[in-house]
Design a protein around this ligand. Sequence first.
Ligand SMILES: Cc1ncc(COP(=O)(O)O)c(C=O)c1O
Length: 396
Amino acid sequence: MSVSAQKNYRPETRLVHAGIQRSEFKEISEALFLTQAYLYDSAEECEARFSGKIPGYVYSRYSNPTMSMFEQRMAALEGAEAARSTATGMAAVTAALMGQVKAGDHVVAAKALFGSCRYVIEDWLGRFGVTSTLVDGADLAQWKKAVTKNTKVFFMETPTNPMLEVYDIAAVADIAHAAGAKLTVDNVFATPLYQSPLALGADCVVYSATKHIDGQGRVLGGVILGSEKFIMDHVHQVIRQTGPSLSPFNAWVMLKSLETLSVRVERQTKTAGLVADALAGHGKISRLIYPGRKDHPQADVVAKQMKAGSTLVAFEVKGGKEGAFRFLNGLKLVGITNNLGDAKSLITHPTTTTHQRLTPAQRAELGIGDGLVRFSTGLEHPDDLIEDLLMALEKV
Ligand SMILES: Cc1ncc(COP(=O)(O)O)c(C=O)c1O
C-alpha cells in the first residue's frame, strides 16, 4: 500500500499499517531485510537501476526495504511527502543542517537547544565557514533582528530540552520565509502525535527516534522529513554519499515500536499531567514547568499548536545541586540517566549531564538552575511514580 493511499487514515491507524511492503510470502509482520546489496537479472537492469531510470533498491547505505517501510510510515504519520532515516537523532540534525548550507551561509537558532545540537550549530558548522546567531526563541523580534543577507536556515526545538519552553512555529516560519530562509524543527519532545511542524509552515522536521519512537530503551535512530523537493535538494545526497544511515535491524525495531507509539505516548502524557499536578506547589520545589498546565509561560502557544502537553516535566528542587542530588539519590523506582521517552520513568540533572558543556552564565540565561531536574514519564502506574517522587523529596 502506498503512503498516499494511507493519507486519510487517522494517526493511530497509520502507525500500524502505513508503508508496509509485503514480500511474495505475504507475511503479516514487517519483514527484516538484512542485506547490504541487491542482485540484478542483467547488466542492463543493473545500469538502469543505478542511473535511476528504473526504480529499485541499489545499496543499503541509502535504500533498503525495511528502512523504506520505516521512512514511509513516519512520512504518513507526519503528513510529509518524503523521509530519510539516520543512525541517530544527531545524524538527522547534522545531515539536515549540512545539506542546507555552504561556507559563507548563516544560521539563526533558538539558544535553548539540546547540548549536541548547539555544538553542531555553533562549533561544527563554524569550522566550515557557516556562522550562526542564537536567539531567545520566544522573542519573535530577536528572530527577525538576527537575519542577515546570508541567512539560509532557522532552527529550533520545541518544546525545548530541558526547560520545556514552547515556540510559535507558524510565526517563526513566516519570518524565515520572508528572509528567504527555511525552518527546521526538532520535534522530539512533542512527538509526531502532538505537534505537526510541517502543517504549521516548517520546511523540515527532524527526530531522534531513539526517544519515544523506539520508546523502550533499545536502539538509536533518527528521521528527517519534508517535501519531496526539500529531501531531494538538501538531504538525499548527504545521506547517499556520506552514509549516516540507519541499520535495517534498527529500522525494523522502530517499525514495530511505531505500532504502539500512540498508546504509550497518550498514557505517558496523562501520567505526566498527574505528576505535574501532584508536585506543583510542593514545599521542596521552587518552580515546575509542564506544557499541559495553565501556568506554563507560553500556555497560549501550547494551546495554539500542540494537541496535548508532554511526557516530560521539569522542576527546580530547592537547595541547588546538593538538593537535586539528594532528591535523585532518594528515588527508588525512577532511574537516574540522561535519556528520555522510555517505558521506564527516567530523571536527568541537565547541569551535570546534557548541558554540562555550557558555562554557568549560559545555563543561567536559559533558566537552567543547579537544582533543575527533567523527569521523563514512563508506563508505570501513576500512583507508584508520585509516591516515589514525593518520598525522595522528603530527603531534600
Ligand atoms: C531534542 C533532542 N534532539 C536530538 C537528540 C539527539 O538524539 P540521539 O541521541 O538519537 O542522537 C536528543 C537526545 O539525545 C534530544 O533530546
